[in-house]
Write a protein that binds this ligand. Structure first.
Ligand SMILES: Nc1ncnc2c1ncn2[C@@H]1O[C@H](COP(=O)(O)OP(=O)(O)OP(=O)(O)O)[C@@H](O)[C@H]1O
Ligand SMILES: [Mg+2]
Length: 317
Protein backbone atom coordinates (compact mmCIF):
# COMPACT_ATOMS: atom_id res chain seq x y z
CA UNK A 1 0.00 0.00 0.00
CA UNK A 2 1.27 3.43 -0.89
CA UNK A 3 0.33 5.60 2.05
CA UNK A 4 0.82 8.97 0.39
CA UNK A 5 -1.60 8.18 -2.39
CA UNK A 6 -4.13 6.29 -0.29
CA UNK A 7 -4.22 8.62 2.73
CA UNK A 8 -6.20 11.75 2.02
CA UNK A 9 -8.58 13.60 4.34
CA UNK A 10 -12.13 13.44 3.00
CA UNK A 11 -13.63 16.18 5.16
CA UNK A 12 -12.59 19.69 6.08
CA UNK A 13 -12.44 18.66 9.74
CA UNK A 14 -9.75 16.08 8.90
CA UNK A 15 -7.41 18.62 7.29
CA UNK A 16 -4.69 19.50 9.80
CA UNK A 17 -3.19 22.95 10.27
CA UNK A 18 -4.39 25.45 7.67
CA UNK A 19 -7.11 26.73 10.00
CA UNK A 20 -7.73 30.02 8.20
CA UNK A 21 -8.26 28.50 4.79
CA UNK A 22 -10.40 25.67 6.14
CA UNK A 23 -12.64 28.11 8.00
CA UNK A 24 -12.96 30.29 4.92
CA UNK A 25 -13.87 27.30 2.78
CA UNK A 26 -16.43 25.92 5.23
CA UNK A 27 -18.21 29.28 5.18
CA UNK A 28 -17.90 29.67 1.43
CA UNK A 29 -19.25 26.23 0.68
CA UNK A 30 -22.34 27.00 2.80
CA UNK A 31 -23.31 29.84 0.49
CA UNK A 32 -26.18 29.81 -1.90
CA UNK A 33 -24.93 28.44 -5.24
CA UNK A 34 -25.78 31.74 -6.96
CA UNK A 35 -23.42 33.64 -4.68
CA UNK A 36 -20.66 31.05 -4.83
CA UNK A 37 -17.38 32.09 -6.45
CA UNK A 38 -16.50 29.93 -9.47
CA UNK A 39 -12.77 30.55 -9.61
CA UNK A 40 -10.25 29.92 -6.87
CA UNK A 41 -6.53 30.41 -6.54
CA UNK A 42 -5.11 27.81 -4.22
CA UNK A 43 -1.48 28.41 -3.35
CA UNK A 44 1.02 27.01 -0.90
CA UNK A 45 4.10 24.80 -0.52
CA UNK A 46 4.08 21.33 -2.14
CA UNK A 47 2.40 18.57 -0.15
CA UNK A 48 0.45 20.80 2.24
CA UNK A 49 -3.07 20.03 1.07
CA UNK A 50 -3.96 21.88 -2.13
CA UNK A 51 -5.23 18.84 -4.03
CA UNK A 52 -6.80 17.54 -0.84
CA UNK A 53 -8.76 20.75 -0.27
CA UNK A 54 -9.78 20.94 -3.94
CA UNK A 55 -11.22 17.44 -3.74
CA UNK A 56 -13.16 18.23 -0.59
CA UNK A 57 -14.48 21.41 -2.21
CA UNK A 58 -15.57 19.37 -5.22
CA UNK A 59 -17.48 16.95 -3.03
CA UNK A 60 -19.18 19.86 -1.22
CA UNK A 61 -20.17 21.26 -4.61
CA UNK A 62 -21.77 17.91 -5.40
CA UNK A 63 -19.28 17.13 -8.09
CA UNK A 64 -19.14 13.40 -8.91
CA UNK A 65 -15.65 11.85 -8.95
CA UNK A 66 -16.05 11.43 -12.71
CA UNK A 67 -16.34 15.17 -13.12
CA UNK A 68 -13.37 16.16 -11.02
CA UNK A 69 -10.72 16.95 -13.59
CA UNK A 70 -7.21 17.43 -12.29
CA UNK A 71 -4.74 18.52 -14.92
CA UNK A 72 -1.15 19.51 -14.80
CA UNK A 73 -0.52 22.71 -16.69
CA UNK A 74 3.12 21.73 -17.15
CA UNK A 75 1.84 19.13 -19.64
CA UNK A 76 -1.00 21.21 -21.12
CA UNK A 77 0.14 24.80 -21.36
CA UNK A 78 -1.19 25.92 -24.70
CA UNK A 79 -4.19 27.66 -26.12
CA UNK A 80 -5.59 24.49 -27.71
CA UNK A 81 -5.86 22.94 -24.29
CA UNK A 82 -7.73 25.94 -22.90
CA UNK A 83 -10.07 25.94 -25.90
CA UNK A 84 -10.81 22.28 -25.31
CA UNK A 85 -11.55 22.95 -21.64
CA UNK A 86 -13.75 25.84 -22.67
CA UNK A 87 -15.81 23.58 -24.91
CA UNK A 88 -16.03 20.73 -22.44
CA UNK A 89 -16.81 22.89 -19.44
CA UNK A 90 -19.99 24.19 -21.13
CA UNK A 91 -21.50 20.68 -21.15
CA UNK A 92 -23.58 20.19 -17.99
CA UNK A 93 -22.71 17.09 -15.93
CA UNK A 94 -24.77 13.94 -16.40
CA UNK A 95 -24.22 12.93 -12.79
CA UNK A 96 -23.88 15.28 -9.84
CA UNK A 97 -24.35 19.03 -9.92
CA UNK A 98 -20.94 20.39 -10.82
CA UNK A 99 -17.82 19.98 -12.92
CA UNK A 100 -14.62 20.96 -11.15
CA UNK A 101 -11.34 21.65 -12.93
CA UNK A 102 -8.16 21.65 -10.90
CA UNK A 103 -5.22 23.12 -12.75
CA UNK A 104 -1.97 22.14 -11.05
CA UNK A 105 1.04 24.39 -11.54
CA UNK A 106 -1.26 27.06 -12.89
CA UNK A 107 1.59 29.59 -13.14
CA UNK A 108 2.73 27.74 -16.25
CA UNK A 109 -0.04 28.74 -18.67
CA UNK A 110 1.51 30.41 -21.73
CA UNK A 111 0.63 33.85 -23.08
CA UNK A 112 -2.12 32.99 -25.56
CA UNK A 113 -3.58 30.39 -23.23
CA UNK A 114 -3.85 33.02 -20.50
CA UNK A 115 -6.03 35.22 -22.69
CA UNK A 116 -8.32 32.34 -23.58
CA UNK A 117 -8.45 31.41 -19.91
CA UNK A 118 -9.48 34.89 -18.98
CA UNK A 119 -12.46 34.67 -21.32
CA UNK A 120 -13.41 31.37 -19.77
CA UNK A 121 -13.37 32.62 -16.20
CA UNK A 122 -15.15 35.83 -17.05
CA UNK A 123 -18.06 33.81 -18.30
CA UNK A 124 -18.15 30.56 -16.35
CA UNK A 125 -21.00 28.11 -16.93
CA UNK A 126 -23.15 27.85 -13.78
CA UNK A 127 -22.11 24.25 -13.12
CA UNK A 128 -18.37 24.76 -13.71
CA UNK A 129 -15.73 25.63 -11.11
CA UNK A 130 -12.06 26.32 -11.75
CA UNK A 131 -9.38 25.91 -9.15
CA UNK A 132 -5.91 27.16 -9.99
CA UNK A 133 -3.31 25.49 -7.78
CA UNK A 134 0.22 26.79 -7.65
CA UNK A 135 3.29 27.02 -5.50
CA UNK A 136 4.01 30.37 -7.19
CA UNK A 137 0.93 32.60 -6.79
CA UNK A 138 2.76 35.77 -7.78
CA UNK A 139 3.54 34.25 -11.19
CA UNK A 140 -0.14 33.86 -12.02
CA UNK A 141 -1.15 36.91 -14.07
CA UNK A 142 -2.92 39.63 -12.06
CA UNK A 143 -6.01 39.60 -14.28
CA UNK A 144 -6.62 35.96 -13.39
CA UNK A 145 -5.53 36.35 -9.80
CA UNK A 146 -7.88 39.25 -9.16
CA UNK A 147 -10.86 37.22 -10.36
CA UNK A 148 -10.21 34.33 -7.99
CA UNK A 149 -11.02 33.72 -4.38
CA UNK A 150 -7.61 33.35 -2.75
CA UNK A 151 -6.88 30.30 -0.66
CA UNK A 152 -3.52 29.60 0.91
CA UNK A 153 -2.15 26.45 2.47
CA UNK A 154 0.78 26.54 4.85
CA UNK A 155 3.49 24.37 6.34
CA UNK A 156 2.29 22.70 9.53
CA UNK A 157 3.65 23.25 13.02
CA UNK A 158 4.90 20.29 15.05
CA UNK A 159 1.69 19.80 16.93
CA UNK A 160 -0.38 19.67 13.74
CA UNK A 161 2.20 17.34 12.19
CA UNK A 162 1.75 15.10 15.23
CA UNK A 163 -1.99 15.05 14.57
CA UNK A 164 -1.40 13.97 10.96
CA UNK A 165 0.84 11.21 12.24
CA UNK A 166 -1.84 10.04 14.68
CA UNK A 167 -4.52 10.16 11.99
CA UNK A 168 -2.48 8.08 9.57
CA UNK A 169 -1.41 5.58 12.20
CA UNK A 170 -5.04 5.08 13.14
CA UNK A 171 -5.77 4.10 9.56
CA UNK A 172 -2.80 1.78 9.05
CA UNK A 173 -2.97 0.30 12.51
CA UNK A 174 -6.50 0.61 13.89
CA UNK A 175 -5.83 -1.83 16.70
CA UNK A 176 -2.75 -0.01 17.88
CA UNK A 177 -0.43 -3.01 17.49
CA UNK A 178 2.52 -1.15 16.02
CA UNK A 179 4.80 0.48 18.52
CA UNK A 180 7.05 3.26 17.38
CA UNK A 181 9.63 4.70 19.72
CA UNK A 182 9.14 8.32 20.90
CA UNK A 183 12.51 9.26 19.48
CA UNK A 184 11.57 7.90 16.09
CA UNK A 185 8.31 9.82 16.17
CA UNK A 186 10.11 13.05 17.06
CA UNK A 187 12.64 12.49 14.32
CA UNK A 188 9.86 11.79 11.83
CA UNK A 189 8.29 15.16 12.55
CA UNK A 190 11.66 16.90 12.47
CA UNK A 191 12.84 15.62 9.10
CA UNK A 192 9.48 16.17 7.43
CA UNK A 193 9.84 19.95 7.65
CA UNK A 194 6.19 20.83 8.16
CA UNK A 195 5.06 18.99 5.03
CA UNK A 196 2.35 16.36 5.54
CA UNK A 197 3.24 14.56 2.31
CA UNK A 198 6.82 14.09 3.44
CA UNK A 199 5.57 12.91 6.81
CA UNK A 200 3.33 10.28 5.27
CA UNK A 201 6.12 9.09 2.96
CA UNK A 202 8.64 8.99 5.78
CA UNK A 203 6.24 7.10 8.02
CA UNK A 204 5.85 4.50 5.33
CA UNK A 205 9.61 4.07 5.19
CA UNK A 206 9.84 3.75 8.97
CA UNK A 207 7.13 1.07 8.99
CA UNK A 208 9.16 -0.96 6.52
CA UNK A 209 11.99 -1.61 8.98
CA UNK A 210 11.59 -3.38 12.30
CA UNK A 211 13.76 -1.77 14.93
CA UNK A 212 14.45 1.64 16.34
CA UNK A 213 18.09 1.76 15.36
CA UNK A 214 17.39 1.02 11.71
CA UNK A 215 14.46 3.41 11.71
CA UNK A 216 16.56 6.27 13.04
CA UNK A 217 19.29 5.44 10.56
CA UNK A 218 16.78 5.51 7.73
CA UNK A 219 15.35 8.84 8.82
CA UNK A 220 18.76 10.42 8.53
CA UNK A 221 18.41 9.94 4.78
CA UNK A 222 14.99 11.57 4.75
CA UNK A 223 16.13 14.94 6.00
CA UNK A 224 15.53 16.98 2.87
CA UNK A 225 17.28 20.08 4.19
CA UNK A 226 20.41 18.10 4.99
CA UNK A 227 20.27 16.57 1.53
CA UNK A 228 20.02 19.91 -0.21
CA UNK A 229 23.10 21.03 1.70
CA UNK A 230 25.02 17.93 0.59
CA UNK A 231 23.92 18.46 -3.00
CA UNK A 232 24.94 22.12 -3.03
CA UNK A 233 28.32 21.45 -1.49
CA UNK A 234 29.11 18.76 -4.05
CA UNK A 235 27.77 20.75 -7.00
CA UNK A 236 29.52 24.03 -6.11
CA UNK A 237 32.80 22.20 -5.64
CA UNK A 238 32.43 20.65 -9.08
CA UNK A 239 32.60 17.09 -7.81
CA UNK A 240 32.19 14.17 -10.17
CA UNK A 241 28.88 14.58 -12.03
CA UNK A 242 27.70 11.04 -11.29
CA UNK A 243 28.18 11.69 -7.61
CA UNK A 244 26.21 14.92 -7.85
CA UNK A 245 23.42 13.03 -9.60
CA UNK A 246 23.19 10.51 -6.78
CA UNK A 247 22.66 13.39 -4.34
CA UNK A 248 20.27 15.12 -6.72
CA UNK A 249 18.11 12.01 -6.99
CA UNK A 250 17.88 11.80 -3.21
CA UNK A 251 16.72 15.40 -3.03
CA UNK A 252 14.26 14.80 -5.82
CA UNK A 253 12.79 11.70 -4.16
CA UNK A 254 12.23 13.59 -0.96
CA UNK A 255 10.50 16.56 -2.57
CA UNK A 256 7.67 14.26 -3.60
CA UNK A 257 5.40 16.01 -6.08
CA UNK A 258 4.78 19.52 -7.30
CA UNK A 259 7.02 21.33 -9.74
CA UNK A 260 10.19 19.45 -8.81
CA UNK A 261 12.62 21.61 -10.77
CA UNK A 262 11.26 24.75 -9.16
CA UNK A 263 11.15 23.27 -5.68
CA UNK A 264 14.75 22.11 -5.91
CA UNK A 265 15.83 25.45 -7.41
CA UNK A 266 14.24 27.31 -4.51
CA UNK A 267 15.78 24.95 -1.96
CA UNK A 268 19.19 25.66 -3.46
CA UNK A 269 18.55 29.40 -3.24
CA UNK A 270 17.43 28.89 0.36
CA UNK A 271 20.73 27.22 1.13
CA UNK A 272 22.63 30.08 -0.56
CA UNK A 273 20.75 32.57 1.55
CA UNK A 274 21.63 30.76 4.76
CA UNK A 275 25.30 30.62 3.72
CA UNK A 276 25.38 34.38 3.16
CA UNK A 277 23.65 35.04 6.48
CA UNK A 278 26.00 32.76 8.40
CA UNK A 279 28.75 34.47 10.43
CA UNK A 280 31.13 31.61 9.53
CA UNK A 281 31.14 32.18 5.79
CA UNK A 282 34.40 33.54 4.45
CA UNK A 283 34.61 36.08 1.63
CA UNK A 284 35.74 33.59 -1.00
CA UNK A 285 32.89 31.21 -0.43
CA UNK A 286 30.44 34.13 -0.26
CA UNK A 287 31.65 35.26 -3.71
CA UNK A 288 31.09 31.78 -5.08
CA UNK A 289 27.62 31.68 -3.58
CA UNK A 290 26.73 35.08 -5.06
CA UNK A 291 27.67 33.75 -8.51
CA UNK A 292 25.55 30.67 -7.89
CA UNK A 293 22.56 32.82 -6.90
CA UNK A 294 22.91 34.64 -10.19
CA UNK A 295 22.95 31.34 -12.04
CA UNK A 296 19.85 30.03 -10.29
CA UNK A 297 17.85 33.25 -10.36
CA UNK A 298 15.65 32.63 -13.39
CA UNK A 299 12.76 30.19 -13.15
CA UNK A 300 12.68 26.82 -14.91
CA UNK A 301 9.13 27.04 -16.30
CA UNK A 302 10.27 26.61 -19.89
CA UNK A 303 13.30 24.36 -19.51
CA UNK A 304 12.04 22.26 -16.62
CA UNK A 305 14.35 19.69 -15.09
CA UNK A 306 16.83 19.87 -17.98
CA UNK A 307 17.35 23.55 -17.26
CA UNK A 308 17.81 22.89 -13.57
CA UNK A 309 20.43 20.22 -14.30
CA UNK A 310 22.30 22.65 -16.55
CA UNK A 311 22.29 25.20 -13.74
CA UNK A 312 23.65 22.61 -11.33
CA UNK A 313 26.33 21.62 -13.81
CA UNK A 314 27.39 25.22 -14.36
CA UNK A 315 27.51 25.92 -10.63
CA UNK A 316 30.57 23.67 -10.42
CA UNK A 317 32.58 25.50 -13.04
N1 LIG B 1 -3.15 19.73 5.88
C1 LIG B 1 -3.13 18.40 5.74
N2 LIG B 1 -3.69 17.58 6.67
C2 LIG B 1 -3.64 16.25 6.53
N3 LIG B 1 -3.04 15.61 5.49
C3 LIG B 1 -2.49 16.35 4.54
C4 LIG B 1 -2.51 17.78 4.61
N4 LIG B 1 -1.86 18.28 3.55
C5 LIG B 1 -1.46 17.22 2.83
N5 LIG B 1 -1.83 16.06 3.42
C6 LIG B 1 -1.54 14.71 2.89
O1 LIG B 1 -0.31 14.82 2.15
C7 LIG B 1 -0.42 14.25 0.84
C8 LIG B 1 -0.22 15.32 -0.22
O2 LIG B 1 -1.22 16.32 -0.13
P1 LIG B 1 -1.77 17.11 -1.40
O3 LIG B 1 -1.77 16.24 -2.59
O4 LIG B 1 -3.07 17.72 -1.03
O5 LIG B 1 -0.65 18.23 -1.57
P2 LIG B 1 -0.54 19.44 -2.62
O6 LIG B 1 -0.52 20.71 -1.81
O7 LIG B 1 -1.61 19.30 -3.64
O8 LIG B 1 0.89 19.20 -3.25
P3 LIG B 1 1.47 19.61 -4.70
O9 LIG B 1 1.92 21.04 -4.60
O10 LIG B 1 2.61 18.69 -4.91
O11 LIG B 1 0.36 19.40 -5.70
C9 LIG B 1 -1.78 13.56 0.81
O12 LIG B 1 -1.61 12.23 1.18
C10 LIG B 1 -2.59 14.29 1.86
O13 LIG B 1 -3.55 13.45 2.42
MG1 LIG C 1 -1.51 18.81 -5.69
Amino acid sequence: MNLASSWRPKRFSDVRGNRAVVKLLINTMKQDPVDMPHTFLLSGPPGTGKTTLARIMASKLKCHDLNFREMNVADNKGIDFVRKVNREARIPPLVGAAVVYLFDEAHQFTGAAKDALLKLIEDTPPHAYFIFATTEPTKVIPTIRSRCMKLQTELLNDSDMTSVLEDVLEVVDPEGKIEIDERVLDKLIEVSNGTPRNLVNNLQKVLSVPNRKDQLELLKDCDSEAQVIDLCRAAFKGEDWQEIMVLYKQVKDNQGGGDIAETVRRSILGYCRSVLLSPNTNRRFAEKVVDVIDLFSSNTFDGGEAQLLAMLFNSGR
